[in-house]
Design a binder for this molecule. Structure first.
Ligand code: PAF
Length: 282
């Protein structure tokens, strides 16, 4: 499998591919690859002549230094998984200095307010970091299509907004959440959970499916109260936020409109590990 640690050598490798107008699918990741990542890559491999995967734990999107330090790093395992999936995948695995000259600093972005909701409120600066890295990776790889999981739905909407605002010729594809057998959304952070925490985390999706069932008969305030009560009764999990929001604007839903799409968003913390999940409601 071709592996590049520097942007210059990657761009050099991609030059003849671009000259032939051969399509490039791109899957940016922070490594610790799981089935959800591999599903994005499978889709890219089906839809494009070439697939580039990046593995880079981007420091500027972490507002919590412990979360950054403890983020799982499993590079050798990741390479094995990628090679087994398809040895033609092109891997870009830069060091911080290859992406950021000098001190890693995030640019400031205006995503028309999408950045101020949910993750933006609880992880200040997070989306400036995400915007910075995704923009740089897009400049380096210049993909035809790029693939993002719907687990980080706010990130997906923000990347779409960035592409639209900058008139980039890249199609952003959102892909459904991959779940563990107990329906916990797959995430690299799940590696940090104990076996018991991982099993008990099944409660998150159970609550989300119940929220979906209640959506047409109860108000969003009543549903939120029910979710908060459910977590108060379960001390292992601390509810960071639960929001029912408009899928397009990400603004909290106070009144339901027939022509709008809504989604429930949740973050719970167990033992300092943030677990994020979401479900479409209508
Ligand atoms: O979703 C992720 O893994 C990261 O936020 C991304 C898109 C790779 C940017 O660092």
């Amino acid at each position: 499998m071709p592996i590049f640690y520097g942007k210059a050598s990657l761009m050099n490798y991609l030059k003849p591919i671009k000259a032939l107008h051969s399509t490039i699918g791109f899957v940016p990741t922070m490594g610790a690859l799981h089935q959800g990542h591999l599903a994005l890559m499978q889709k890219s491999l089906l839809e494009n002549e070439n697939t580039v995967v990046s593995i880079f734990v981007n420091p500027t999107q972490f507002n919590n230094s412990e979360d950054l330090a403890k983020y799982p790093r499993t590079f050798d395992e990741d390479v094995k998984k990628l090679t087994a999936l398809n040895p033609n995948i092109i891997l870009y695995a830069p060091e911080v200095v290859d992406i950021y000259d000098g001190t890693p600093l995030a640019e400031h972005f205006d995503f028309d307010g999408l950045e101020n909701q949910m993750e933006g409120k609880f992880r200040p600066g997070h989306f400036n970091g995400v915007g910075t890295i995704v923009k740089r990776l897009f400049e380096i790889v210049q993909p035809t299509k790029a693939y993002f999981g719907e687990k980080d739905f706010q990130q997906l909407q923000i990347v779409k907004k960035m592409v639209a605002k900058n008139h980039l010729n890249i199609t952003i594809i959102g892909c459904p959440i991959f779940r563990e057998p107990n329906n916990l959304a797959m995430s690299s952070r799940n590696e940090r959970l104990s076996a018991l925490e991982r099993a008990e985390a099944a409660i998150i999706y159970k609550i989300l499916t119940s929220v979906k069932a209640q959506f047409f008969t109860k108000s969003t305030a009543e549903i939120s109260e029910w979710v908060q009560k459910s977590f108060r009764n379960n001390p292992t999990f601390v509810l960071e936020y639960f929001v029912i929001a408009d899928e397009a604007t990400l603004l909290p839903c106070t009144r339901k409109y027939k022509n709008k799409k809504y989604r429930a968003f949740i973050v719970v913390i167990v033992n300092n590990i943030r677990l994020i999940d979401t479900i479409s409601l209508n």
